[in-house]
Design a protein around this ligand. Structure first.
Ligand code: UT7
Length: 323
């Protein structure tokens, strides 16, 4: 008998405002054709003025709790993956906790940028396996629109806002990789690459700052590292590419997703794709893809999912779970 962290519910929230690629043509030297062909992005959602990460996170959390048939009283811990918390502190997770009317348990943020949700899943799994929590609400939520330099065409067309959430619950498994739940995790970071993707603001600068990215450099690392981390995580679970029902990648760029799928020998039909509609929502992209994938009827109970992501840090990793 083995303890497993099993998915009980999933949900998401996207802000109402949808911005098509063509809208950028009025303000910067770009085109719908360039954005589509270089990134696969067609549109993205932007938060309304004053709409915060914690508010979107709360909406996604409520949707996931409803899907699980649970309420805030059932949850022991909240982990929120975000790089765009409302304030420097307190954590956005504690704001969600208060919004949900939860006065017990504990809540904290995880900051691993676009890899944040994979890091959050691994940490929630560790809390459950070590007996520190039985039910964990894990959220990825971002308002990256607040970090954009609207004059920088190489970044401002790529990102979007949104939130997704999962409820994980402690369950008993057989220990075999046919169990439902998280089967393995593989996390990495390498701080030498900080200049490839960062925000030029923060506490040490006195301003929020803007996102800066060496797109080509990040692209190169992504193509090299994502299939590798997914392979390691699969091997750790005694599984291989052929066992994967769905690759659920971080949705940054369709070309990166294609190349990773190709390296893993997976046809694009086995990849959950939301990048065209959401753009890059950083830590929110994987839970959004999980929720939309389930809603579309693609992801079903018993399916083997390989999630993988890379982002600022650089930080990257993969989590293998059976839905
Ligand atoms: O989520 C965190 C991880 N982030 C990522 O995974 C992003 C990784 N990188 C990428 O997705 C791609 O590198 C980009 C989509 C950012 C860029 O694609 P690229 O094929 O690497 O293009 P590039 O940066 O080499 O730019 C090619 C050309 C340049 O013009 P020149 O120098 O060839 O004349 C750019 O100035 O495209 C130009 N360009 C644009 N043109 C029209 C850059 N942005 C735009 C734009 N519209 N928005």
């Amino acid at each position: 008998m083995t303890t497993r962290a099993v998915v009980r519910g999933v949900g998401h929230y996207l802000p109402d405002r949808v911005v098509e690629n063509a809208e950028f043509e009025a303000t910067i030297d770009t085109s719908d054709a360039w954005i589509r062909s270089r990134s696969g992005i067609e549109r993205r959602h932007f938060a309304a003025e004053g709409q915060t990460t914690s508010e979107m996170a709360t909406r996604a959390a409520r949707a996931a709790l409803d899907d699980a048939g649970m309420g805030p009283d059932d949850i022991d811990a909240i982990i929120l993956a975000t790089s765009t918390a409302d304030l420097t502190f307190p954590s956005a997770a504690t704001m969600v906790q208060a919004n949900l009317g939860m006065t017990h348990g504990f809540a904290f943020d995880i900051q691993a940028v676009c890899a944040g949700f994979v890091f959050a899943l691994a940490n929630a799994n560790a809390l459950i396996l070590s007996g520190q929590a039985e039910r964990v609400l894990i959220i990825g939520a971002e308002t990256f629109s607040r970090l954009m330099d609207w004059t920088d065409r190489s970044t401002c067309v790529l990102f979007g806002d949104g939130a997704g959430a999962l409820v994980l619950e402690k369950a008993t498994g057989t220990g075999a990789n046919t169990d439902r739940g998280i089967l393995s995790t593989d996390l990495h970071s390498d701080g030498r690459h900080r200049a490839a993707l960062y925000v030029d603001g923060g506490v040490s600068t006195g301003k929020t700052g803007h996102l800066r990215m060496e797109g080509k450099e990040v692209f190169r690392h992504a193509v090299e590292k994502l299939a590798d981390t997914a392979h390691r995580a699969l091997a750790r679970a005694g599984l291989s590419n052929e066992d994967v029902d769905w690759m659920v990648p971080h949705q940054a760029n369709l070309r990166i997703i294609r190349s990773t799928a190709q390296k893993m020998g997976l046809p694009l039909e086995k990849v959950i794709l939301t990048v065209q509609d959401h753009g890059n929502t950083s830590a929110a992209s994987i839970p959004l893809a999980l929720s939309v994938g389930k809603q579309r009827g693609q992801i079903r109970e018993g399916h083997l999912l390989a999630t993988e992501a890379i982002g600022g840090g650089l930080a990257w990793g993969s989590v293998i779970l059976r839905w």
